[in-house]
Design a binder for this molecule. Structure first.
Ligand code: GAP
Length: 450
């Protein structure tokens, strides 16, 4: 498998991903997708939406606001429990997430347990720690006319107007459950899907785009009869394996399906399977599949005073549905796709980098170029071919930079499956050379048959 630094370097060199606010020295945990990155990211998100929403008749989409009434986070438990263990080095004042710098401890580590690991400070090398404190990862802001000094002079006003950037898209789904039921009244089981930004003030963002402070999630809350959850869980489980393999080109051999132990599960979950992907820097959670019971709907019912019950159209029974939640981060899926596709091989004694992306994910499907860019007759013919292909396909690019060998190298690096070259023979026989990304084989095809 590729090294992470090779992928980071390719991403920057070819315009997939840049450090956020790079020009001002960057901002940790934020990343900007460049022209090629946006194309790949959008295709990944579109595939997900197509597979789970458009091609099913019982999953509906929503696009909820990022800023939500703070009662949302009270009811969901995020204000109380969405916190990581923070520890500060008393020598150099550096702060860390305790469970990430010490071996063999979990997020619920106590100060005593942490001290017993005799971890040295990764910055100054000393062992002089403060207490473990719970650090809530939600970003807060003020909504409305609140001045910075109000926090000191009018704390009541500041507190009343405090809002949070959503740390998961899921709550925008749960708070719309009743709207969807009241307007569509779908048969159960049914799902509500959302793709969008989520924000987490991670103590230690790391591993390129794997742990970000701003990320995108693709989530489904799948509402089922309470007695049907086990069966439905298995179906969703299989559907995700199938999606990751057939649509994303991932090798299931690179995914470890981890049955999460009760003491390590999120507070709302009665069963969780983490899909751990074998990334270049080691195993990390690609996605989670959780059985959230009726935890969220019961909380919303209590907090809002509104009934979350569903009435079964066939039996007339009423109950609060239970929920299966598959949740996947776009950036983590993006890196899984890239690290699967990234390959180095030998062509004519030279090493080349090639992104063997599935054709439907490649940013461009075709690249058209004239053999020589200083020969107007070749350029004109190549433009004709390019325009003809553009009429039919969206993802066609033009490249007349450098020599043909360099163009092939560049297109290989960005994963373009086919390069079409117009040469002097084209002017005679109206045929072009098509060069295959993976085999590098070249075939002649008549323009009419392209
Ligand atoms: N609604 C459930 C939920 O948010 P989670 O395990 O906290 O569960 C789900 O997050 C997925 O979101 C993860 O499996 C991962 O793919 C992605 N994710 C979470 N935090 C992330 C971060 N800081 N950076 C990038 N992706 C993240």
């Amino acid at each position: 498998m590729a090294k992470l630094e090779d992928i980071v370097s390719l991403c920057k060199r070819r315009g997939f991903i840049f450090q956020g606010s790079d020009i001002y020295g960057g901002m940790a945990g934020t990343w900007d997708f460049g022209p090629l990155g946006v194309m790949l990211k959008k295709k990944i998100m579109d595939e997900w939406w197509n597979y789970f929403v458009d091609s099913r008749n019982n999953i509906y989409g929503v696009d909820a606001a990022i800023l939500m009434n703070p009662r949302t986070w009270q009811a969901s438990g995020h204000l109380e429990t969405f916190a990581d263990p923070l520890v500060e080095c008393k020598e150099c004042k550096s702060r860390f997430r305790a469970d990430k710098i010490a071996e063999g401890i979990t997020e619920s580590v106590t100060t005593e347990e942490f001290l017993a690991t005799h971890t040295k400070c990764p910055v100054c090398g000393k062992e002089n720690w403060g207490e473990i404190r719970k650090f809530n990862m939600m970003f807060s802001t003020h909504v409305g006319a609140v001045l910075p000094e109000d926090s000191e002079t009018n704390p009541e006003l500041a507190a009343k107007n405090t809002a949070y950037l959503r740390p998961e898209t899921a709550q925008g789904i749960f708070t719309n459950y009743k709207n969807v039921v009241d307007t569509i009244y779908p048969d159960i089981p049914f799902g509500i899907a959302q793709v969008g930004k989520a924000f987490r003030n991670e103590i230690s963002p790391r591993d390129f785009i794997l742990r970000d402070r701003e990320c995108s999630q693709m989530e489904i809350e799948y509402f089922v009869r309470p007695d049907a959850w086990e069966n439905e869980f298995e179906k969703v489980y299989k559907a995700f394996d199938n999606f990751l393999e057939s649509r994303m080109g991932l090798d299931l051999g690179n995914i470890n399906h981890l049955e999460v132990a009760p003491e390590d599960r999120a507070h709302y979950s009665k069963r969780t399977v983490d899909f751990m992907f074998n990334y270049p820097n080691g195993e990390e959670e690609l996605m989670g599949l959780a059985y959230r019971t009726d935890f969220d709907l019961q909380n919303i019912q209590r907090e809002s005073g509104k009934s979350m019950e569903y009435r079964d159209k066939n039996t007339g029974e009423t109950f609060v549905p239970h929920v299966i939640e598959p949740s996947i981060g776009v950036e983590r899926l993006f890196l899984a796709v890239l690290s699967t596709a990234y390959t180095e091989d030998e062509i004519d004694g030279n090493t080349r980098i090639v992104l063997r992306l599935p054709e439907h994910l490649a940013p461009y499907r075709f690249c058209v170029s004239p053999l020589l860019k200083n020969r107007p007759e070749l350029v004109e013919k190549a433009k004709e071919v390019y325009n003809k292909l553009r009429e039919k396909y969206t993802y066609v690019t033009w490249d007349d930079s450098g020599n043909i060998g360099k163009r092939y190298r560049k297109q290989d690096e960005i994963g373009t499956p086919k390069c079409i070259v117009i040469d002097f023979d084209t002017l005679e026989d109206n045929a072009v050379t098509i060069r295959d990304r993976d085999t590098t084989e070249q075939t002649r095809v008549n323009i009419e048959k392209l």
